[in-house]
Write a protein that binds this ligand. Sequence first.
Ligand code: MRU
Length: 348
Amino acid sequence: MAPLTSIAWVDNQVRILDQTKLPGEIAYNTIVTITEMYDAIKMLKVRGAPAIGVAAGFGLYLGMKDFPDSSSLADFLTLLLKNADFLASSRPTAINLFWALERVKKVVHSQKDVLSVSQLKELLLKEAIAILEEDKAMCQKIGEFGFSLLKEHKTLLTHCNAGGLATAAYGTALSPIYVGLEKGKAFKVYADETRPLLQGSRITALELMEAGVPVTLICDNMAAFVMAQGKIDAVIVGADRITANGDTANKIGTYSVALAAKEHGIPFYVAAPSSTFDTTLESGKEIPIEERGQEEIVNGFGKLTGPEKVPVYNPAFDVTPHRYITAIITEKGVLEPPFTESIATIIS
Ligand code: MRU
């Protein structure tokens, strides 16, 4: 199990690990306001689709906790919507952000006629904690289903970080590896470094090493060659949004890994909770893809790696078409093609 925790409710406060400082510094921040939570999400201090969902739940609570108990319910609901819209504008691709905000709003609306403003604030916190706890249980189930699927394999390749630090606990893509460890099976893992923000190298490699999993770090452009050398038995990645047909948005570079896996006859698995599915979208073409700043590519970690003013294109995610995906591992079971049908069985 990964010893580092991305987000937690500790001593009546929200605590996050500032992932922008990894691997050099383990720095926990207390998040006190909704604006601090918005910034933490936007700057990737807290990141990874499920963890962003958890953060959004707490962010909404922080935005409402000082609302005067004596003020009107109408004003409370207006501010709740405004705050939800604010948090929703932090990052566009991971659907878990919007899923969590909708869930919390719905719970408040279902109780607004029976609870006082003060009680509704307590309800907000209760729901945020419930999202956090459910996320932990979800990770465990994905790990167990994923382990059953992968247990005959020896060496896995992963891209970006879909581990404990992208969720509230074991992670999604890395969860079967941690479950394996508990059962005495040590998978070997190749981790793509994941340009430009290096979540694979800064976070996945660190997380796996801390947990005692044998991990080898490679640059993104080495993945196809490592597959050609027969070193990879299966690929497993997380997801930020999966559409009704199984098309999957995940960290930029995932699509290239899927293409390479197909060429080499290597199974390509996606691990994600049901909160990552967006069945309102038919295909991946409709997924909003976040574009990030020029400096991440040219001056990402304080070293100029390109001409200072060169224009760049920096999409943070790509979409892997469903035809390259062997199966999707969820907390409700393993989904196989045709995905339009299998997804419909778990998402109403
Ligand atoms: O930009 P990030 O670091 O938030 O991107 C994270 C990813 O792409 C993860 O693979 C995805 O969110 C799944 S996390 C379980």
